[in-house]
Design a protein around this ligand. Structure first.
Ligand code: ZN
Length: 560
């Protein structure tokens, strides 16, 4: 041990490695990773070979020769054999607790036909037995051939005793069966809540079972609340899934109830994902009264700020546009229920700003984005300059002039690259060739001065930063029809994509001093990949695998 201390002190004295101050007590390190290709995210030293960890933080970053000596003190030495090391991934937009429930419930994402969809629901009804609700699902009718929305009469015969409430993968539509509609009291004459839609059969006037946006709450309100033990189990499933994907921090878009679950997991010492929670903007009064400035909390669990909704989604034709949908000229989309009564969103944004709270607001259609930028501009003018780091969640379709305004305000574009290779299969049918040019415009947003923070929107898309990086770099749609990239001008480089999943994610949560890069003094959250995504052909990035995930200096996934 003495020798190791001596060597380290010498190394540090010579300035060979970037390291923390040592104490007179000794220099014991816990873990040393050597022979890696370490992308640090630190402009002063972009690449290194080795990382040493002590007490959950990065102790030193340097060459293998320099840091190997430290393992003599009894530290665990891991030879990476040339694997790529990155800062632990930060997923800037998830529905993390909900994801745990989805992992355990019916899987409809892969259902490619009506028959398949019905068969999966029928099987789940048999598995659960009478009386239990069938929920979640993440179906995508764009995958059905022919493309058609599911209907309650498809599944009623198979589910006479199970209420069904299964959502489209974007969370903006559900299909309810007749039993669920009955429990919720939804009929052909039920008043439609603002910001929602009860889809009706044009022939009979009866609900088809499809409910959109705020109308979904009519049925959601009847689903029994899971027990605390079930929530804890779901949270553990999410945390495990994150570790498998190299994700060490998530931004959680949730209701306030997910706090106690992650808090309990942290108390039990099992929270190996840092969770940064945005609660609904409708809670602004309560938070303003507490006079908490966001973010508030500890390195494991933080109250991040407020999440709001301007509109719906493109897939559900509820994203709010200036011009009608190309494939449905009767509609321009829908504003979300949080926009009513008129003026309430702006009032809440101003109040949140006066209270020092960060905002993360969902805007997908070009008009929703434009209106949100107007509101953000007004708040800045009214309350003066401040380090706000306000976010726009999705920022999906933008008019060129609004991209310029977006960048000028220095907003965070909290965007999800996987959506573009998914929606890119059918987006042009919905909004036409002109609007598509500034859709998922990551390159333009970045050049305009926006900060790109990447995420998955899990469970809308898979919780895999590797797939997200692949999507942002290649823009190859899932149907294989755009091998050179869909709207290729908007591609970003591998380095930019990695930054958007690490450095920028940390910045978006005011945590750049603690994480997001591999530097001495930062939290020892790291991911090791089995290949160098910086040098493989871009189309091979999606094949990379997480070899190891390190959280606070502990290997929580993979083998050394
Ligand atoms: Zn989301």
């Amino acid at each position: 041990m003495k020798d190791a201390c001596g060597v380290l002190t010498l190394i540090l004295a010579l300035g060979l490695v970037q390291g923390c101050q040592t104490t007179a007590e000794g220099n014991m390190v816990d873990l040393v990773l050597v022979n890696g290709k370490v992308w640090t995210g630190d402009p002063g030293r972009p690449w290194a070979e080795a990382v040493a960890v002590r007490d959950g933080t990065i102790f030193a970053v340097g060459t293998a020769a320099e840091l190997k000596a430290l393992s003599a003190s009894g530290a665990k030495l891991v030879d990476l054999g040339g694997s790529l090391v990155l800062p632990g991934f930060i997923d800037s937009h998830t529905h993390f607790l909900a994801g745990g429930f989805a992992l355990k419930s019916i899987q409809l994402r892969e259902a490619k036909s009506r028959e398949d969809f019905v068969a999966r629901i029928a099987a789940k009804a048999r598995e659960l037995g009478p009386g239990r609700w069938i929920v979640n699902g993440d179906w995508d009718h764009q995958q059905f051939s022919p493309v058609e929305l599911p209907r309650k009469d498809w599944i009623d015969a198979a589910t006479p005793d199970n209420p069904v409430c299964v959502n489209r993968l974007d969370g903006h539509m559900i299909l309810a069966n007749s039993l669920a509609l009955k429990l919720a009291g939804v009929t052909g004459t039920t008043p439609v809540p603002p910001g929602g839609e009860i889809v009706k059969d044009p022939a009979t006037g009866e609900p088809t079972g499809i409910l959109k946006d705020t109308a979904m709450d009519l049925v959601y309100a009847k689903i029994p609340e899971p027990s605390f033990a079930e929530k804890l189990e779901a949270a553990e499933a999410s945390v495990r899934h994150a570790a498998e994907n190299g994700v060490t921090s998530v931004h959680e878009m949730a209701d306030a109830s997910s706090f106690e679950v992650f808090e309990e997991l942290a108390r039990l010492g099992r929270l190996t994902t840092r969770v940064h929670v945005y609660v609904p903007i409708t809670e602004v009064d309560a938070l303003a009264r507490l006079k908490l400035k966001s973010p508030f909390g500890n390195p494991y669990l933080k109250l991040a700020g407020l999440k709001g909704f301007m509109d719906g989604s493109l897939g559900s034709a509820t994203a709010y546009f200036f011009e009608p949908y190309t494939d449905d000229p009767k509609t321009v989309g829908l504003l979300n229920g949080q926009m009513f009564p008129e003026g309430i969103m702006e009032k809440r944004i101003l109040e949140a700003d006066r209270a020092g709270l960060q905002l993360a607001i969902h805007a997908i259609g070009d008009r929703a984005n434009s209106m949100l930028i107007d509101m953000y501009e007004k708040a800045v003018t009214a309350n003066g300059p401040r380090d706000r780091r306000w976010r726009v969640e999705h920022a999906q379709h933008m008019r060129p002039a609004d991209i310029v305004r977006f960048g000028r305000l220095g907003l965070v574009a909290a965007v999800q690259p996987y959506h573009l290779i998914d929606d890119g299969r059918w987006a042009e049918q919905k909004i036409g060739p002109e609007r598509v040019k500034t859709t998922y415009a990551f390159g333009s947003l970045r050049r305009a001065g926006a900060v790109l923070a990447f995420g998955s929107d899990w469970t809308v898309a898979p919780l895999s930063p590797i797939l997200g990086i692949y999507a942002a770099v290649t823009r190859r749609t899932l149907d294989g029809k755009n091998p050179g990239g869909w709207v290729p001008e908007e591609k970003v480089s591998v380095e930019e994509a990695v930054r958007a999943y690490t450095v920028n994610g940390a910045w978006a949560e005011f945590a750049e001093a603690a994480k997001g890069t591999v530097q001495a003094g930062k939290l020892a959250d790291l991911v090791v990949l089995d290949r160098d995504i910086f040098t493989v052909p871009p189309e091979e990035i999606s094949r990379a695998k997480v070899r190891m995930t390190v959280f606070e200096g502990r290997i929580i996934y993979g083998k050394d």
